[in-house]
Design a binder for this molecule. Structure first.
Ligand SMILES: [Zn+2]
Length: 268
């Protein structure tokens, strides 16, 4: 064997190693998709805090038309139908889609983060009803298998409903996710390593929370409001426009509290 052949073999070997490294990193990134996890999964103890609306409110309640789509309330009690499809466009530098009219504000906010030294990873944005259904059904099915529910068409069995109820703690049911509105985005520091919020870069979220309202966004599911929103997702930001966002963030409200002011019959 001559030196040329040996050199060729070594370089092929190195290329294979590099390929294996890239593929395994991709697989890890795919399985680490943080949207599918229970934010409490790694916590030993769950501390539930509900911060009631502070009084007195700073400033005037904005004079807005709450019926506009940007103010839509979406939850498991207020489901979107499968026919709700917003006008969305691609977020610069990603394969994700966002509401076309609000997109420039999201991109400006991402630029602001980058200019201030943060790497930004868009973990989720617009999701169609059918995609959310696929995610939810998949979660129900895997939980049912973990529970040991067996049979040919297990989703027809009455005990399958236990798996459905459990799945709702991890993944929003179809129609209940704000991501279907096209106005919600999950943002992470690019360097994040753990799926647990406590392990994420808190400087990233402190900065984002301090500027998001300038771009019309609110932190939609802060942990401290868990009892009011029913959901803990501190990386999820929602576009509502600058006026509402500024008022909500300054007064440390959750969106349910804000929405209820304009819709007194709204129960949450
Ligand atoms: Zn989200």
């Amino acid at each position: 064997m001559n030196w040329k052949k040996i050199g060729w073999l070594i370089s092929m070997g190195l290329m294979c190693l590099a390929l294996v490294a890239v593929v395994s990193a991709r697989i890890e990134a795919a399985t680490n998709y943080p949207d599918n996890i229970n934010p409490f999964a790694e916590k030993e103890e769950i501390v539930v805090l509900a911060t009631p609306t502070p009084a007195p409110i700073q400033g005037e309640w904005p004079d807005i038309d709450i019926t506009l789509p940007q103010y839509a309330m979406v939850s498991s009690a207020k489901l979107l139908t499968s026919s709700y499809v917003p006008d969305v466009s691609k977020i610069e530098g990603t394969y994700m889609m966002f509401d076309t009219a609000a997109l420039p504000h999201l991109e400006d906010m991402i630029h602001d983060l980058k200019e201030n030294g943060f790497g930004v990873y868009v973990g989720g944005a617009y999701r169609s009803y059918s995609y959310q259904k696929q995610r939810f059904d998949g979660k129900c099915y895997s939980i049912a298998l973990e529970m040991g529910i067996e049979g040919k068409e297990i989703w027809l069995l009455p005990e399958y409903q236990k798996a459905v109820a459990e799945a709702k703690k991890y993944t929003m049911e179809p129609g209940a996710s704000e991501h279907q509105l096209g106005l919600a985005v999950d943002l992470y520091d690019k360097q994040y390593v753990a799926q647990n919020y406590d392990h994420m870069n808190q400087r990233f979220y402190e900065y984002l929370d301090s500027i998001c309202a300038n771009y019309g966004f609110i932190k939609r599911y802060p942990t401290r409001k868990l009892l009011l929103t029913g959901w803990d997702e501190p990386w999820h930001y929602r576009y509502v426009g600058v006026e509402a966002a500024t008022f909500i963030m300054e007064n440390k409200l959750c969106y349910e509290e804000f929405y209820a002011h304009y819709n007194p019959d709204f129960d949450y």
